[in-house]
Design a protein around this ligand. Sequence first.
Ligand SMILES: [Zn+2]
Length: 231
Amino acid sequence: MTSLAQRTQHAWPDGARCVIGLTLDFDGTSLERGRDQLPFGARSHGRYSAKCGIPRFVDMFTRQEVPWTFYVSGYDAEESPDLVRSIARSGIEIGSHGYLHEGVDPGDAEPELLERTHKLLSDITGTAPKGWRSPSGHKTARTLHKLRELGYVYDSSDKDFDLPYLLRYGGQEHDNYLCLPNNTSSLDDFPFYRVSYTPPSEVLTHWMQEFDAIYAEGGYFNLTVHPRVGR
Ligand SMILES: [Zn+2]
């Protein structure tokens, strides 16, 4: 059987065997607000994320001194500016993640929403975000055109490859924009904690086995966690 490295002829910089992307989606109350739901009672998971989940993760990541990226929606940044500022100050990269965590393609409203979130995150953290993650999977040529105009250099939204790759749209490859695929089936806490209700010890075992397989192939391990579901 040929390995991933043999099939794709890729080599990581500096002789690295494998590359890891550790990411977290803030997903505060923007998610409920974007669905015209009140974020209280059984729908208050977004409030938990901002009040308890995010500060706990920030503390853990800064103690471990491991680089992470947090993807934040504009509405959540407006609601919790001090928290978002403290995340950035801790050294964690902030990427953008929609304004109201739009669940469907916002159509012609999207460029303004991308710009509004970009400005909010830039003003609050003092640094313009360079990365974006689609809040619900939608991504069109209109999205990419606006993101590139705003100075973004990557997004982590597609699920179509084992490795990062250069963006291709409009009939050409763009060497200044990278796609970092995220595996939302097996390297994401959401399906385990909200669909299969898998015990954390089994989730950890699963992720370690995934890592061992990806490492053996010289691949790309992109983990996504959501403090609103996995505590
Ligand atoms: Zn999200």
